[in-house]
Every structure is written in C-alpha cells, then in structure tokens.
Design a protein around this ligand. Structure first.
Ligand SMILES: [Zn+2]
Length: 121
C-alpha cells in the first residue's frame, strides 16, 4: 500500500490525526462541508430555470402582439408546463394571471388560455 502524505482537513487545512480516510479534522468542519455541498445543489434549480425559460419562450412565440387567446392544448403540444411560473397576479374580479417572467396567461372556460405580457411601469 502507498504511504499517503499526512492528509489535511478539506475545510480548514489542519492536519488530520487518526484514520487515513478522514477528510475533516473535526465534526464541525465536516458539518460545514455538508452545508456547503447542500447549498451548491444546482441540479434542481437549473432544471426549474430551464422549464421557466422554456415556458416563457412558448408564451412569447404564441403571443407576438402582447395579447392573444389560444387553446390549452396548443400550449401543451409545445411542451408548456403549467406547474411552473415565476409569480402570479389577482385582479379585483378574482382572475389569476400566472407569469413566467414577463409573459403571462390566465385560464378560462377550462380549455382556453388568454396570453398577456407584463409591461414595465
Ligand atoms: Zn478542519
């Protein structure tokens, strides 16, 4: 077996005493490492961002004029995912508009979708 160099803690760089396969000097350094790993976890965020951007592009491509009625199946056939939106907006009449960034929509009569665009104020 190779004689490994004395290993150093991945977090603080202190030499590690004890078992050779240890990566951290103390439990507190180990827990810091695990917290940092958790924070990284880019997979889920990346996926959701990709879905939101795709949704936004679909809304935008179907709505060149800024306001248009389409069918729900038109959106679905392009791969629109109704689960994801960035924010929503309730009108006084109780209609909820869902937005993916600047592109929004509201559902009505079950199968129809009114596409709108948020304009900067
Ligand atoms: Zn350490």
């Amino acid at each position: 077996m190779l004689h490994a160099k004395p290993s150093k803690c991945m977090i603080c760089g202190s030499p590690i005493v004890g078992r050779k396969d240890k990566k951290f000097c103390t439990d507190s350094c180990r827990s810091i490492h695990h917290q940092e790993e958790k924070k990284k976890d880019p997979g889920l965020i990346k996926n959701i961002n990709a879905i939101l951007k795709k949704n936004r592009n679909i809304l935008s491509s179907l709505n060149p004029e800024g306001k248009k009625t389409v069918s729900k199946s038109q959106l679905l056939s392009k791969g629109f995912d109704f689960k994801y939106s960035t924010h929503n907006f309730n009108t006084k009449k109780g209609t909820t508009y869902y937005f993916c960034y600047d592109e929004g929509y509201t559902l009505f009569e079950d199968k129809m979708v009114l596409l709108v665009r948020q304009t900067e104020k």
